[in-house]
Ligand binder design. Sequence first.
Ligand SMILES: [Zn+2]
Length: 341
Amino acid sequence: MTAAALSELVDLERIIELGARHLDVRVIREVNVLDRRFPIHAITLGNPSPAVPAVGFFGGIHGLERIGAEVVIAYLGSLVTRLQWDATLHRQLESVRLVFMPLVNPGGMWLGTRANPNGVDLMRNAPVEGTGGVPYLLGGQRISARLPWYRGPVDAPMEAENLAVCQLVEEELLARDFSIALDCHSGFGIHDRIWFPYAHTVKPIAHLPEIHALRAIFDSTHPNHRYIFEPQSRQYLTHGDLWDHLYQRACAEPGRTFLPLTLELGSWLWIKKNPRQLFSRRGMFNPLVEHRRQRVLRRQMAWLDFLTRAVCSHARWIPSEALRQDHLTRALDLWYGGPKP
Ligand SMILES: [Zn+2]
C-alpha cells in the first residue's frame, strides 16, 4: 500500500490541483508511519493582508473520524469549483482570508487510530491542565500510549501534528484582530454539536458575549438548524485541549478576538439507523451508508459557509461595549446556570 492509498489525501490533492491558480499550498510538516511519509497540508486563499479577518477549517485530528476531514475537504472543493464561475465569491475573498488544514493526523488516519502514530491523542496533548472533575482516562492520561486518550510524555514538546496546527493558527489566524477556527470531529451523541472553549474548566471564556452573538445571528439566519451550541465543559472536562491552549495564547494580545469552535458530528444516530455499524471501528465514527454520508456532507456546507460570511462581516454583529453585558447575562443564563459572581 502506498501513501496515495489514503483516499482523503487523494481527494485533497485533486482539489489542490484543480484550484492551483487561486490557492497557496504548503506542506507544514511531514509525518512518518513505518516506511511511509505523509504531508500535513496548509491551504490558504483570499486576501493575505493582516488587516482582513480570517477563518480556519481543520479536520482529521482524530484519525478514526474521517467524516470530519471529509466535511472540510468537501467545503474546500466547493469553493474551488465556485471560483471558476462565481463573481460574488471572488469579491468575498477580497475581504477575508480562508485557511484550511483538512488532514491534521494523516498517519493516524492511515493506521485507523484515533491517536497519532506515536499513540498520542492530539486533543489531550497541549500544555493545559484540567481543573476539577476531569474524568479518569477519558480526560487524558499519562499511564500508557497503549490506552486511549494518552497525553504524551510529561514535559515533552507537543506532537508534530499539533505543532503544525499551532504554526498555522499563529501565522494566519492570530496575526489578525479577528478570526474563527472550526475543527471538525465526530462520534459524540445523537446531535450535531458546536462546542466552544473551555474544555479544561467550567469557567466561561472572556469572549462569551461574542460567542453568544455569533449563535444569535446563526439562529436567526438558519432558524431550523439542529445544532446544539454549548461550551465543551458542559459535556466533559479534559486535560491538554489544543483549542483551549490556542485560545489562551490569543488572549495574551489585548484587543484580539479568536473564537475556536469544534463541530462534533453526532454519530450515534447513524448507528441507531444501522446497528451493524457498532461492529466496525470505522462505523462508530462515520456514516457507512453512502446516502447518509452524502446527507451529512451536504448539511454541514451551510454551517461552514455561514462561518465564512460571519467572519467577513464580523464588524456588523460583534457586540458593542454597550451590548456586551446583555449578551453576557443571557449567555451565563443559557450555559452556566445564571450569573456568576
Ligand atoms: Zn475527535
